[in-house]
Design a protein around this ligand. Structure first.
Ligand SMILES: [Zn+2]
Ligand SMILES: [Zn+2]
Length: 342
């Protein structure tokens, strides 16, 4: 089968490998769509933590497809079913899992290998993080379950309430998924900040109430003006840079919440004023990944039409064109997610 193998930074090669054989409890899925992700782009451009991705590996982690082969010992799923699965499966046994923090599992299985004709799914993932995909949604939409699950985990933690004003820093795929989610949760005013006008216009089309380009407008002053002088109830950072993590601290109201969502490069730190924590009673929180429950919810929200992720797929390409796809994502101002159809 044809696969896109990642060897290192910007070193992605199309190769032929044997189709894997599913063993006890495992399944083999024919990948029908795999979507590109901000994390993929980061890994392609600068590398990532080895605990999560060991190179070389077949790349890609957002996928959906058809059940091609079912290993021994399984009553479910059945051959031919449309499914999505992964990209993580917690152990359910470690202290984090037993405390309910499945996303922080000490023994997490991570699954890479979506940019391929077939993907073999480990037994644990089949039982804790795989769902049937309803007929009426596309494989591309089903693949977006993964990033939406992560976003749901974040917005639930941040406790968005009806009537809240929400600032989102970053209008990339993750910022836009936050926008779609917080609007559904009843945010009254959404303000999105990005340096690229084309992205801001796209966010406005998806329903952002206000857009700010900090190269043209002081975002601090603009957010104060739009929130009656106080700052936003919730500020979400969806870029992953220490500078924007710090910027988020300046846009929140007293008693508000900052969700630092974007993962920063390893070893980085930010400065937080003691005043905003003490006198301002500000809550600063991080969010990482998602639990199996969030994956289930995310797919259901896509399937019910509650969150329409279709507009986020701005281009479709073949597996042979994968390098080109990442070049496009590195430079383009208008592409959000590319669906790879192997
Ligand atoms: Zn992703
Ligand atoms: Zn665990």
């Amino acid at each position: 089968m044809k696969v896109a193998m990642l060897y290192g930074v910007k070193d992605l090669r199309i190769e032929e490998v044997d189709i894997p054989k599913p063993k006890l409890g495992e399944v083999l899925v024919k990948v029908k769509a795999a979507t590109t992700c901000g994390t993929d782009l980061k890994i392609f451009q600068r590398g990532y933590v080895e605990k999560i991705i060991k190179l070389p590996t077949i790349f890609g982690h957002e996928w959906a497809g058809d059940m091609a082969e079912v290993g021994e010992g399984l009553d479910w799923p059945k051959k031919g079913m449309r499914v999505r699965g992964g990209n993580s499966a917690p152990c359910l046994r470690c202290v984090m899992c037993q405390k309910g923090n499945y996303n922080l599992c000490e023994d997490m299985i991570w699954l890479w290998g979506a940019y391929a004709e077939y993907i073999k799914v480990p037994a644990r993932m089949v039982s804790v993080n795989m769902q049937p995909v309803p007929q009426h949604i596309s494989y591309e939409e089903a693949a977006i379950t993964e990033p939406l699950a992560c976003v749901l985990h974040g917005v639930e933690k941040a406790g968005i309430k009806m009537g809240d004003s929400v600032v989102i820093i970053g209008a990339g795929p993750i910022g836009l998924l936050h926008l779609l989610s917080v609007k559904r949760m009843g945010a009254e005013k959404t303000i999105i900040i990005d340096l690229v006008d084309e992205r801001l216009e796209f966010a406005a089309k998806l329903g952002a109430d206000h857009i700010i380009n900090p190269q043209k407008t002081d975002s601090h002053i603009a957010v104060r003006q739009l929130t009656g002088g106080y700052g936003a109830d919730i500020v979400i950072e969806a870029i992953g840079l220490p500078s924007t993590w710090e910027q988020a601290l300046k846009l929140v109201r007293k008693g508000g919440t900052i969700l630092e969502f974007g993962g920063c490069p390893p070893g980085t730190e930010i400065k937080v004023s003691t005043e905003i924590l003490h006198y301002g009673e500000t809550t600063v929180m991080g969010a990482f990944h998602a639990t199996p429950l969030h994956f289930r919810k995310a797919l259901n929200l896509i399937a019910s039409g509650t969150i329409d992720v279709k507009p986020l797929v701005t281009r479709k390409m073949s597996l042979n064109e994968i390098r080109e796809a990442f070049e496009i994502l590195s430079t383009s101002k208008t592409e959000i997610k590319i669906a790879i159809n192997p």
